[in-house]
Design a protein. Sequence first.
Length: 330
Amino acid sequence: MLDNPQKPLVSVRDLKMHFPIYAGLFRRRVGEVKAVDGISFDVMEGETLGLVGESGCGKSTAGRSVLRLYDITSGQIEIDGRQIGDTPQNQLRGMRPTMQMVFQDPQASLNPRMTVEAIIREPLDEHTTLTPTEKRDKVAELMDAVGLNRKFAGRYPHAFSGGQRQRIGIARALALNPKFIVCDEPIAALDVSIQAQVVNLLEDLQEKYGLTYLFISHDLSMVRHIATRVAVMYLGKVVELADRETLFADPQHPYTQALLSAVPEPDPSLARKTERIILQGDVPSPSKPPKGCNFCTRCPAAMDICKTGEPEYREIAPGRFAACHLHNPT
């Protein structure tokens, strides 16, 4: 699966992240929330894989699970040639410089009691043996790289705007020269006027340092701008994966079609021709997903088999994957 002459930097196979549900006086386990329920994908070296889907579909959990910020339920994760799916947390410390994360809310992810210099220097304190002078020079270099005035190194996070705080978070993620960065909705908490600046910064840094991104977002327009390939998630599963232009021009899964039909079209003449697909009903609970296909309760193209059999996630065209009975051979 996912054959490509280019070697993947990140390879994920059948990743599951289920959170237990406890209830009653004795706190017995009565079920589980299937936040991520068997997803597979590769991220090629130097590319940006966009991961999209509506709120609650499991995007952020998937990103954190790939970096092993959670102890996953099952599955295989290979980053830079090393399997880390079942590696104990204390043994993952040596892998942390390779893989980093930019969090969604810069306000919550920065320690308000630490200066900018201390925040960016913290990874260097933990993982390197640089001298204080070398660390100070490295922090100044990182601040320059993300467009922050190095004179502000002694200030605290509250003194900065949302966009500047996110730049601090990006500088911290870059401190250890990582190869792979998970960007967990890095622009969602920012003003629209600042979003493009941060995305352009991420692109510039990718070109400068040869970075590989997993870019998680619900902003399809921004994903179309930055991503090389796009994976679409629904209720804990990847339902479609293809290169950016192919996916946006010709979506194959009914959920992807509905999702893309909701993207505003700035050209009035084209907007009038665009057919909006309105999905009926609500997203089912991840603790009790439907039998068969997860999307069968809302799918306008649902068939009888969709309500009984889970569709296979398979390659329907070269480099293009989907999990839908419409594309499964009969």
